[in-house]
Design a protein around this ligand. Structure first.
Ligand code: ZN
Length: 415
């Protein structure tokens, strides 16, 4: 088993690289990004890897297999953070992968395939609003329109790249070709409470949930709260309240997650019947069919509610992203590695987005979730135990050894 204490000490060292003196904030193309890449590069070199920084600012270490230039299994996560972040979301997957390579090097072990550890430069999208910049560049799906996005200080991504020593026009060089990549594997904290509640340390991820976001506008009739009788009202907020509960009921009935996170009453006043109400719906599911069926049912339900109340309804789609299934071969490899280490294997879908969504455009992907305290993430209270860190890294190493000569891809194409 890998020692979790030294791994956690490395995560502590990374957490000290922050633009915020009393917490952790590390944004892409910043001085902290540079320092984090330098520190991670030093660990990669110490583990026997050839290191380079690619055209988008990802830090990459390569550990050759038995044959030079063999296709690589890519293992990694992201080094950027949200504002006032925890220290495990992202860096855990990078440091655990380096720790795994270090133990191969110490044992003098070479695998039939190469390993590449990547610390992605931006997954969270905190600075420029667009997420997964690093993994999109590697997968070859980077949208050049992103270069014009500006941060809170008005600096564009292109300008920030210049400042970091990168050439925006050269981003295409970060793209990897399918034949050189066997798959993508990531260890990440669960960011939810399920594993802790089950008393299990880890799980294989089945899919990264697809998501739909809607904006809903209800238009009733505003009126005097004292003079309009209850019977003749077209109260847009009463209709919205019924719709909000329908969102919750639909999600519970079909086993997915849905949330109304914003609700606004326009021209609200204590003595006015609400005539104009806006709210949002965020609905996510591991299977696209389940998400689309729930959306259709919800659409019909809300329209019926509004029709019965004489309230107008307009529904606008803000965002839609398909689910990303994990490769069955990688899920099976994680299950086998669990049994080898004497761990129960469990399967979970990911409710949050990850770099694997972008990497799936390039190669088969797989993820391991590690339990975290209280399911808390994106917060300084984010926490895992050193024992779990060691266990997660040991499990990751077992799966890093798994693809063999054929690779996850070769087997996945045969299914
Ligand atoms: Zn993350």
């Amino acid at each position: 088993m890998i020692d979790g204490h030294s791994l956690c000490a490395q995560l502590d060292a990374l957490a000290r690289i922050s633009s915020q003196p009393d917490g952790l904030t590390r944004l892409v193309m910043s001085a902290e990004h540079r320092k984090a890449n330098d520190l991670v590069a030093s660990w990669m070199r110490a583990a026997g890897m050839q290191v380079h920084e690619d055209a988008i600012g990802n830090i990459i270490g390569r550990y050759e297999g038995l044959q030079p230039d063999a296709p690589a299994l890519i293992v990694g996560s992201h080094l950027d953070s949200v504002r006032n972040a925890g220290r495990f979301d992202g860096p855990l997957g990078v440091v655990a992968a380096i720790t795994g390579v270090a133990s191969l090097q110490q044992a003098g072990e070479r695998l039939p395939h190469a390993l590449e550890v990547i610390g992605f430069c931006d997954e969270e999208g905190t600075r420029f609003g667009a997420t997964m910049l690093g993994s999109r560049a590697v997968a070859g799906t980077f949208d050049s329109a992103t270069l014009a996005l500006r941060d809170d200080e008005g600096i564009s991504l292109a300008e920030a790249m210049w400042g970091f020593g990168l050439e925006p026009a050269a981003i295409g060089k970060a793209k990897r070709l399918s034949p050189e990549v066997l798959g993508y594997l990531e260890l990440h904290i669960e960011q939810g409470p399920v594993l802790e509640s089950l008393g299990l340390p880890c799980a294989a991820v089945t899919a990264i949930n697809g998501a739909t976001r809607l904006a809903v506008t209800l238009t009733g009739t505003a009126g005097h709260a004292g003079t309009v009788p209850m019977a003749g009202r077209h109260d847009a907020l009463c209709a919205a309240a019924t719709c909000v509960l329908a969102v919750e009921e639909t999600a519970k009935a079909v086993g997915l997650v849905a949330t109304v996170g914003r609700l606004e009453v326009h021209d609200a006043a204590i003595n006015v019947i609400p005539g104009d109400v806006h709210f949002t719906i965020d609905l996510r599911a591991a299977r696209d069919e389940a998400r689309l069926a729930a959306l259709a049912a919800l659409d019909a339900h809300m329209r019926a509610v509004c029709s019965a109340r004489g309230v107008g309804i307009a529904i606008t789609k803000l965002h839609e992203l398909a689910a990303t299934p994990c490769a069955p071969q990688i899920i099976a490899a994680i299950d086998q590695a669990c049994s080898k280490l004497g761990l129960a294997s469990h399967h979970l879908a990911s409710g949050a987005g990850h770099d694997g969504m972008a990497m799936a455009e390039l190669c088969p992907i797989g993820m391991i979730f590690l339990r975290c305290k209280g399911g808390i993430s994106h917060h300084p209270d984010e926490s895992i135990t050193a024992a779990d860190a060691g266990l997660g890294a040991s499990l990751l190493l077992e799966v890093m050894r798994a693809p063999g000569l054929t690779g996850f891809k070769a087997t996945s194409h045969n299914l």
